[in-house]
Design a protein around this ligand. Sequence first.
Ligand code: SAM
Length: 349
Amino acid sequence: LADKSDTIREAFRLQAGYCRDLGSPFTAGLCEIIGERLTPDYPVGARVLHWQGKPDAMNDSVPLRLAGALHALASRGTHPGLSEVYPPNPLPEKKTLWQQVRKVLIEEEDEILRWLGNPPQTNEVRRSAVLMAGLHVVAAETHFPLALYELGASGGLNLALDQYAYRLGKTEAGKANSSLRLMPEWKGASPPDAEVVIKRRRGVDLLPVDVSTEDGRERLMAYVWPDQTERLIRTREAIAIARSMPPKIDKADAADWVESVIHTTPEMGVVRVVMHSISFQYFPKESQERIQNHLALTGRHATREAPLAWLRMEGLAEKGVPITLTFWPEGTERVLAYANPHGQSINWM
Ligand SMILES: C[S@@+](CC[C@H](N)C(=O)[O-])C[C@H]1O[C@@H](n2cnc3c(N)ncnc32)[C@H](O)[C@@H]1O
C-alpha cells in the first residue's frame, strides 16, 4: 500500500504541473497540497490513496475527479469556508486552503465518493469554431442543408454550434446576434462564405451529460478549472443556449451507433456530416475501425445529390490538431487546418 500511495501522490504532483502549464495556478496548488497532505484515516483519503486502477492523467485522472468534486461543492456555496478559499477570491495560503479542503473531504464523504466513481467530463465549446469552419467548407461545396451526427458529444454544446456567433479569419459565421461569440486567433486564409443550414442533429456519447438537468449542468461546470474565468463564462452561456434547444444525445458506443443510425442507403438533398472533436482517441480500437469501415461503405453509396462528409478534429501533429474532411462520393480526404487542442487558435491551410 505504501508503494501504491506513492504512485497516487505522484499523479497529484504531475497533475499540478500540467495545471500550472495550462494556466490554472489554483488547481495546481490544490493538487499539490492534496498530494502532499492527504491521509488514509478517513474514507475519501483511503479511497484515493488505495486507488484500484491507474490514477494518472492518461487513465483514471483521480486528481481531476477530486478537483471536480471540490469545485462543485465550492460552487454550491453550502460550505462557505470552502467557497471563500476558491476563486474568484484570491489564492489563499496553503495552510488555509488545506484546512477547508480537509474539512469538506470528511464532511461530504458520500458526495465526494460519488464523484470519485465517475471520470471527468468536459465539453469544450471553443471547438465549435473549428467545426463551424469545416461546416462552411461542406456547405459551400454541396449547397445542401446538413444533417449532423456528433460522436462523443458529451453535453451537446458543439452540436448547437449554429447558435453561436463567430469570426473565423475574415468570415463571419453562425448566428450574428448570439450571446456567445467565438473569435479564435486566426492564421492563413479564411473559410468560404456559406449558408450553414442544419436540418437535423443528433449525437452519441458513452456517458452523455444532460445539460437540461441541474446535475448535468453542475458536472460540466465542475470540470472547468475554477480560475479559468472566461472558460467558465463561455461554458455557462453555451449551456443556457443548449438548454433552449436541448440536443438529442443517445447513450451508446460510437461504433454501435454509427452502424445503426447512418444508413448506407443514400439520402437525397441533404449532406450527412459525421463530426467529432477530441473523442476518437477514447474509443476502443475496434470501434475506431468499425466507424471508419462503415463510413467508407456508406460513402460508396453516396452520390453528388446525396453526399456524405466526415469532419474531425482529432490526433496531434507537430503543427497542432489536424481538422480533416473526407467527402464522398469522391472519397477525397484533406486537412483543412491545424488547431490548438481547445480551439482557441486555428491555422487554416
Ligand atoms: C474529451 S471528451 C470530448 C467531448 C467533446 N467532443 C468536446 O470536444 O468537447 C470525449 C468524449 O468521448 C466520450 N466517449 C468515450 N468513449 C466513447 C465511446 N466508445 N463511444 C461514445 N463516446 C465515447 C466521452 O464520454 C466524452 O464525452
